[in-house]
Design a protein around this ligand. Structure first.
Ligand SMILES: *Cc1c(COP(=O)(O)O)cnc(C)c1O
Length: 365
């Protein structure tokens, strides 16, 4: 049996250190916004090459608080991709703003920056590119466009911690970055967690307020906010796992390279391996292939007890929850085509070359 991801293996590999971190936190009596969160914030800021990082309760909240702190208000328009997990657009709607979709580049699955410009109106306040599957979006073009129109860029980096454009990490490229520590992400905790990154001290300060009901000083509330803290116990676990992130990311990249090698060429004409844009570091939260026969391929895997999944079978503009936006089938053809052809294969640091060979062997005729 080969799963899609294996968070238990990650825990077991670090069991002694994680168990100690959990017990120490339990004994400390500091459970909310204590030293572990503070130290993790410093470490994540260092890792992502930004001045400030603020721990929050989830990746979804990281997006909401970052957008609000960047000045996005109810009624404002925010341009984003229709090919993502629903949290991307749910966060925009959740703060009362309006998601405006631009279609994707069919090769990278990321926002097509050329399609963003025509959507900018005088109500547009921000762009939310998603670094889907661990590959950075076309940030140079998106950031240039945002500068030109005085817009914020909030990176949805939930799947992409450690990914880079040139030497620059995601989360440091826009106005703010939003990370998720959901267990299946490349840096996952034992539950929910998230982080906002930014170089702007005012944005960081506002996120710090928003996560504690808008309080500047204790019991003095400058605005209304949320209860959205990263738990101390999750921060303690994340600090242990962060020490292995680079090593595990390199293993993911090697496994992806092996998939590429085995799935390209003889007998594999019916599937396309991931396209990596030049100059970026893809961190493969998912290894996602394209095929007209993806349901048959998934069935072939299932028969050998190998997991696979479709991220995502229905683009956001065709979700019932977003029917109020009024989009029809055909509105974003590249996103719709991708939704019909993608298949994500098992990908995790403990999959091993043997695992990759087994998956590839099951896929090839
Ligand atoms: C996981 C994810 C989120 C949300 O993160 P949570 O921690 O689950 O709230 C947002 N965007 C993308 C692209 C994701 O994959």
């Amino acid at each position: 049996m080969i799963p899609l991801a294996d968070p238990t293996a990650e825990y077991l590999a670090l069991k002694d250190e994680i168990d100690k971190a959990l017990l120490d936190t339990a004994v400390s009596g500091r459970y909310i916004l204590g030293p572990q969160v503070e130290m993790l914030e410093r470490e994540i800021a260092g890792y992502t090459q930004v001045a400030h990082a603020v721990g929050v309760a989830s990746g979804t909240d990281a997006l909401k608080l970052a957008l609000t702190a960047c000045g996005v208000n109810p009624g404002d328009e925010v341009v984003t991709t229709p090919f993502s997990f629903i949290a991307t657009a749910d966060a925009i709607s959740g703060i009362g703003a309006v998601p405006v979709f631009a279609d994707i580049d069919p090769a990278t699955f990321n926002l097509d920056s050329a399609l963003v410009a025509p959507l900018i109106t005088d109500r547009t306040r921000a762009i939310v590119p998603v670094h889907l599957f661990g590959q950075p979006a076309d940030m140079p073009a998106i950031v240039a466009l945002a500068r030109e129109h005085d817009l914020a860029v909030v990176e949805d980096a939930a799947q992409a911690i450690g990914a880079k454009v040139g030497e620059n990490k995601v989360g440091s490229l826009g106005t703010a970055g939003a990370f998720s520590f959901f267990p299946s992400k490349n840096l996952g905790c034992l539950g929910d967690g998230g982080m906002v990154t930014t170089d702007d001290p005012n944005i960081a300060e506002r996120v710090r307020r928003l996560r504690v009901h808008g309080a500047g000083a204790k019991y003095l509330h400058d605005e209304l906010g949320y209860n959205s803290r990263l738990d101390e116990i999750q921060a303690a676990v994340l600090r242990v796992k962060l020490t292995r992130l680079e090593e595990w990311t390199e293993i993911r990249r090697e496994l992806a390279g092996l998939y590429d090698e085995l799935l390209t060429g003889a007998g594999a004409g019916e599937l396309t391996t991931p396209h990596v844009a030049p100059g970026v570091r893809h961190v493969y939260n998912q290894y996602t292939i394209l095929s007209d026969d993806r349901d048959d391929l998934a069935e072939r895997l299932r028969r050998r007890d190998i997991a696979s999944t479709v991220y995502y079978p229905r683009p956001l503009h065709l979700q019932k929850a977003f029917r109020f936006l009024g989009h029809e089938t055909g509105a974003f053809p590249n996103a719709e085509a991708a939704a019909g052809r993608v298949l994500s294969l098992p990908m995790y640091p403990f999959l091993g070359a043997e695992g990759v060979r087994e998956v590839a062997g099951a896929l090839l005729p």
